[in-house]
Design a protein around this ligand. Structure first.
Ligand SMILES: [Fe+2]
Ligand SMILES: [Fe+2]
Length: 354
């Protein structure tokens, strides 16, 4: 569409302005975007490209590596299929946000200059592909497990311990490993799948918080719609993965050392039922967001996404979170500078009248 300068606009007869507005509405794109909205969308496009990249790596192995698929499916019979669905969703998010930016006259975001990292060499992986993210040395932050089971809110300063320590471990195999049923070495692929199961939830709860942090900053009704509706699917992802992560089995290595702990699972319901549900707060089945402090201490506790503050869940915090979990090992200073600039601009966005 031809852009009109200010001078051109004042020369248009009133009918022409109305016709132009009508035409813009007809394709569902009304008005320009505030600089804050553009900054939010650009950061989200970058994050969705990164998510697409990491999920693509998971998906190649989940669908193409027998040992890995069997180990993932120990967490849920549909785990590999859910990986495939989550991957599809992330590609759609990235393509949509970049497509929307383009339709509104802005440059789409590309991370192609940073696509330099190696691929897994296990069966199923596109071995020669270059990647943006690294799944080989993950230090997964599993504190979301305790956070979402607590009445405290990180936005008020609360911190939460890890439920399981996953330090410098792979989320995908780099070579072909024995089946999880192998009596001696089956633990190896199962530990990788357990790690992946927690990483899925950890990544997606970060995405859920990020989108929520942008909601009060988005300006146009359309951008609010985009942030709200895509953000809702990030919550769906997290909710699914936090349930499945709880099914990760305890593991010992071939010397009998515990390499993955028994998670705290609830006792079976009394049979026959007696009207009670004797669970502990940290049991694996406590997957819905425990009511916690919200907005201000002293208000009634509320079941909500947390954190949602810029400081704890915003763009800069999200880049730091991904960096700390090892996803960007191998990326250089230029990458961190690029992401840092996008993140700071997005965090600084404020809802402003058009
Ligand atoms: Fe996404
Ligand atoms: Fe997601």
């Amino acid at each position: 569409m031809k852009r009109l300068g200010l001078g051109g606009a004042v020369l248009l007869p009133a009918g022409g302005v109305l016709a132009a507005r009508k035409a813009a509405r007809a394709v569902g794109l009304s008005g320009g975007l505030s600089s804050g909205d553009v900054a939010i969308l650009k950061f989200l496009a970058a994050i969705e490209i990164l998510e697409s990249d990491l999920w693509q790596q998971y998906n190649e192995l989940a669908l193409g590596n027998e040992s890995y698929q069997l180990a993932l499916n120990v967490l849920d019979g549909d785990e590999a299929t859910y990986v495939n669905l989550n991957t599809r969703d992330e590609f759609s998010h990235a393509a949509f946000i970049n497509g929307y930016l383009t339709a509104k006259g802005h440059q789409p975001v590309s991370l192609e200059p940073f696509r330099n990292l190696p691929s897994s060499q296990a069966t199923g992986s596109n071995k020669s592909a270059k990647r943006l993210t690294n799944l080989m040395n993950l230090t997964v932050d599993t504190s979301f497990y305790n956070r979402y089971r607590s009445a405290l809110n990180p936005d008020f300063g609360a911190t939460f311990p890890q439920i399981v320590d996953l330090v410098n471990v792979p989320g995908i195999p780099n070579s072909d490993l024995p089946l999880p049923t192998d009596p001696t070495f089956g633990f190896m692929i199962q530990l990788i799948a357990n790690t992946a199961g927690f990483h899925f939830a950890s990544i997606e709860q970060g995405g859920a918080s990020l989108y929520q942090s942008f909601l009060p900053k988005a300006n146009s009704p359309e951008v609010i719609k985009i942030v709200g509706a895509i953000g809702g699917t990030e919550i769906q992802h997290y909710q699914t993965w936090t349930d499945k992560a709880g099914n990760a089995p305890a593991l010992t290595d071939n010397h009998g050392n515990t390499v993955f702990p028994q998670l705290p699972s609830a006792p079976a319901l009394p049979n026959p039922p007696d009207g009670t549900d004797n669970v502990a707060p940290n049991d694996t089945n406590q997957i819905f967001a425990t009511p916690c402090e919200f907005i201000a201490p002293g208000l009634p506790l509320c079941s909500v996404i947390r954190p949602i503050s810029t400081q704890q869940g915003g763009a800069v915090a999200t880049v730091a979170f991904f960096k700390n979990d090892g996803l960007f090992i191998g990326q250089g200073e230029d990458f961190f500078q690029f992401m840092g600039e996008l993140a700071e601009a997005a965090d600084a966005a404020i809802g402003e009248p058009e």
